[in-house]
Design a protein around this ligand. Structure first.
Ligand code: GN1
Ligand code: MG
Length: 356
């Protein structure tokens, strides 16, 4: 363990002395480590990406407020993330130019990159649907917008066009088909934002990053146990959470798969998730239900546009482990959108059947 990690961990109220601290997880934004102490306790240590999250104080306040609220509604301590305070009682610490925090490790859980069975994906839907349902009476005005306009898709397009115009890495010429694909769908991709602004969709407290690997399943029962990665919990639309789950979990290949022929959307998985989400969050309005397929398409398109923007910009936002990874990620997302377009009528029919 390096001396910096030892110094940082010393700031927090840990049980025992840390004996190891290893890379952990697969996030693209924060940096995560698994810490084990000499008493056998495990913790998650995270370096918070303060370029993405500009106001770390506000970020911690959100997480503390939401986890306290969820804890007051649950009898199972493993079902909610617990921030470990510093010895001064703070929810994070500053060390040099970086910000760090510690969570209790939730024992006996599994975290999947892809569903192994339909039931796993159903459980993810129950996890995120229950999260939305439990937070439906949370005072949304108490939350800070940790990343303003996070799922404002027209604004993501604006940033894309601005980067394309600058083309700082001179990469635009190589990605003309991707640019055209994005531009051809720009108008349609403001559907959700317009409906929200017009008050046709309710504003809810949403998670906003509902990848399958952000819900822990109980290793014994394999049921949804705990929703993690609460950095982007903000007021938003249920369509963001539903859509991002489909984007990631109903995809037939990994987010950075190079062989695009492997990438598509599984209609079976789409059905399973819809069933779980609609049952766990029974308060969805008719408009929300109607727009569920559009939620899936918009979140997938938006994510592809964000990857493309970051590729054009020189890969500053999403961590890359090889050249061209953000372009590969963009291509899988666009492939997924194209597949959704082919399956559009079937998606609508499934929503109708599952929400009857
Ligand atoms: C980022 O860090 P991670 O992997 O949990 C991103 C999400 C993207 C996702 C794509 C704060 O999430 O919005 O959908 O990558 N989070 C942030 O895999 O930008
Ligand atoms: Mg995550």
């Amino acid at each position: 363990m390096d001396q910096d990690k030892i110094n940082i961990l010393r700031i927090f109220q840990l049980d025992g002395t840390p004996v190891s601290c290893d890379d952990y997880g697969s996030g693209h934004v924060n940096v995560t480590f698994l810490v084990v102490t000499d008493t056998g306790r495990r913790y998650i240590l995270q370096k918070i990406n303060h370029h993405a999250f500009r106001n770390v104080q506000a970020l911690s306040e959100n997480i503390a407020a939401v986890t306290d609220f969820l804890r007051s509604k649950s009898s199972d301590p493993r079902s909610v993330m617990s921030l470990i305070r510093t010895k001064d009682g703070a929810p994070h610490t500053r060390y040099g130019d970086e910000y760090w925090r510690v969570y209790d490790y939730v024992d006996g859980t599994i975290c999947l990159q892809q569903p192994e069975t339909d039931e796993d994906f159903y459980q993810a839907a129950v996890g995120f649907g229950t999260f939305a349902q439990l937070l439906s009476d949370f005072p949304a005005e108490k939350l800070h917008e940790t990343i303003p306009n996070f799922h404002n898709t027209p604004d993501r397009y604006r940033a894309f066009l601005e980067t394309l115009e600058r083309d700082p890495m001179h990469r635009a010429a190589q990605v003309q088909p991707e640019i055209e694909f994005a531009l051809a769908r720009q108008a349609e991709m403001s559907t959700i934002q317009s409906a929200l602004t017009a008050g046709e969709l309710p504003l809810r407290v949403t998670h906003n990053d509902t990848k399958l690997n952000n819900v822990l399943l109980d290793a014994k029962t394999r049921k949804a146990l705990c929703v993690i990665d609460l950095d982007t919990v903000m007021p938003g639309s249920s369509l963001y959470d539903f859509g991002d789950s489909i984007r990631f979990g109903a995809a037939t290949a990994a987010e950075d798969e190079k062989d695009l022929s492997k990438m598509g959307m599984s209609l079976d998985r789409f059905r399973v998730f819809t069933r779980g989400y609609v049952r766990a969050c029974p308060g969805l309005t008719a408009k929300e239900l109607e727009l569920l397929p559009m939620g899936a398409k918009t979140m997938t398109m938006e994510c592809g546009v964000r990857f493309l923007t970051d590729y054009l910009d020189g890969d500053h936002y999403f961590a890359v482990h090889r050249d061209g990874q953000n372009l590969d990620r963009c291509r899988t997302q666009f492939r997924l959108v194209a597949d959704m377009e082919k399956k559009w009528n079937a998606m609508r029919k499934i929503v109708e059947e599952e929400s009857r």
